[in-house]
Design a binder for this molecule. Sequence first.
Ligand code: FES
Length: 121
Amino acid sequence: MGEIRVANQADFAEGGRKVVSVDGVEIGIFLLGTDFYAWLNHCPHQGGPVCQGRLMKGVEERLDDDKKSLGIHYKDGSLNIICPWHGFEFDVRTGQYAGASTLKLKAVPVSVREGGVYVLL
Ligand code: FES
């Protein structure tokens, strides 16, 4: 299909997202800092509209040197998207599901130039 302009860069706020449809292919585009990320809006678990899910920081458990829990907390700098169907969480930057290394969102190449956001299909 090639490279397609899907949005204006100015349409994105920091931490914002848009879900666009290109010839029936839904893509979620996210802006974190100055970087854009794009994923197919198709959860690798059972096909849910993952890119439309809630965004929140990742949660992790800290351990001391003896592997004793220091409690759970929100991981600074992280951002996960939560699939609305069954709650699987994926890292917005990597597409990786924290619970299994085999589940990952499918990346869509995204680029920005001259004020436009482009995806490559
Ligand atoms: S379809 Fe996304 S978590 Fe099940």
